[in-house]
Write a protein that binds this ligand. Structure first.
Ligand code: COA
Length: 181
């Protein structure tokens, strides 16, 4: 490893060490809502026909939704906090058999998002690791998640964290038909 890379990794680990991952509490409602709306917007940008557009008041509604979910025994909402500011969150839960998906019980990761100003500093990895621990604590035998086809950044994180690829969602806009059809 070169000197510059070593210094960069040291700086990253020092910055990351200031990040704490903890369960969400009611006063996290506003930053959770802001980050949740950001997640919706980033997915809409990937494919506006497949992913819903951010609705008016989405931040408030998403914040309310996540705080509600955090109070359920089968759900976990974790936040990453740096200098008393929430800079990311993860939302996951344990589900039973899903015969439509041909699977048994699993921990499902629904949301994972880090504030753009704090990305690439290990926070997404820390949130993912804490989420996997939480799902293990809920008794989940495996974890799974869905990621947008164009979301190569998230896929790199999940690949690196040991997830294997198991399903591909495909979408056709009805009325448009296949190209050249
Ligand atoms: C995906 C996301 C949560 C990653 O958070 P993060 O804090 O930046 O991730 P980390 O710093 O822990 O990165 C871990 C690994 O992910 C990969 N990665 C992260 N950002 C990357 C980038 N811009 N380009 C390529 N790989 C990247 C790398 O393998 C990285 O490891 P490395 O830094 O040792 O190379 C963040 O980019 C995000 O919030 N994206 C928008 C929301 C989203 O797409 N969520 C996932 C779907 S629900």
């Amino acid at each position: 490893m070169g000197r510059c890379e070593a210094l960069s990794r040291l700086r990253q680990s020092l910055m990351t060490s200031a990040v704490k991952v903890r369960p969400a509490i009611a006063s996290d409602r506003a930053p959770l809502g802001r980050l949740g709306a950001l997640l919706v917007g980033e997915h809409h940008d990937f494919d506006p026909k497949r992913f819903i557009a951010p609705l008016p008041n989405l931040s408030e509604r998403y914040g309310d939704f996540l705080i509600g979910q955090s109070q359920r025994p089968d759900m976990r909402v974790l936040v990453a906090e740096r200098d008393d500011t929430v800079v990311g969150y993860a939302f996951a839960g344990i589900e039973g058999n899903d015969y439509m998906a041909l699977r048994g019980p699993a921990g499902v990761i629904y949301d994972l998002v880090v504030d753009p100003d704090h990305r690439r500093q290990g926070i997404g990895s820390a949130l993912l690791s804490a989420t996997l621990d939480a799902l293990t604590g809920l008794g989940a035998p495996r974890a799974l998640l869905f990621t947008a086809d164009k979301n190569h950044v998230a896929q790199a994180l999940f690949d690196k964290s040991g997830f294997r690829r198991t399903m591909i969602e495909m979408t056709l806009e009805l009325g448009e038909g296949p190209p050249g059809g």
